[in-house]
Design a protein around this ligand. Structure first.
Ligand SMILES: [Zn+2]
Length: 168
């Protein structure tokens, strides 16, 4: 389902790939060693979900923990969820049952979650594993391919313009 309301809020999951083990400085959390694999970062935007995701994809500013990580890893896919029962904390609560948590309190300084960052070691199948897991909870979502080099289906530039487009 295409989200076509410019101001609509919701939650999102950024999927990033780390091809090799890396030590990355995550702001105030200091240096963290990340194994090779995929990380899932769960976030929320009260409104302007698409604008928030575009900021994550395009901006080089370092404000949130995820900004430090995405400077070293590639965002390959984004999942958008506009069902407000599934905010970032509700999503994190189910993701922690299935996925590893590589960094405590990553992105969750303002809530009681252990973390909003999760890890899956399978570089090629993590997106499918995550999507199937969300489906098992009957969560409705939109999956958008961002990085062509990791897409088994080839790159569709319209995907990016879909989230970038304004409908003011
Ligand atoms: Zn939380």
């Amino acid at each position: 389902m295409l989200i076509d309301h410019a101001n609509i809020g919701g939650s999102y999951i950024l999927i990033l790939v780390l091809k090799n083990v890396r030590r990355i400085r995550i702001g105030s959390l200091g240096f963290i060693r990340f194994p090779a694999g995929c990380v899932f970062y769960v976030g929320n935007a009260k409104k302007g979900l698409k604008q928030r995701v575009m900021r994550h994809i395009k901006s080089k500013a370092k404000h949130w923990h995820i900004d430090y990580l995405k400077a070293k890893a590639r965002i390959t896919d984004v999942i958008l969820i506009t069902d407000n029962r599934w905010d970032e904390c509700a999503l994190s609560a189910i993701l922690k049952k299935k996925f590893e948590m590589p960094v405590k309190k990553f992105g969750s300084s303002d809530c009681s979650c252990d973390t909003h960052l999760f890890f899956s070691p399978q570089i090629n199948s993590s997106v499918r594993i995550l999507a199937n897991y969300l489906k098992s909870y009957e969560i409705k979502f939109e999956l958008i391919k961002i990085d062509p080099s990791f897409s088994p289906f080839g790159f569709h530039p319209e995907n990016l313009s879909r989230i970038d487009s304004e409908h003011a």
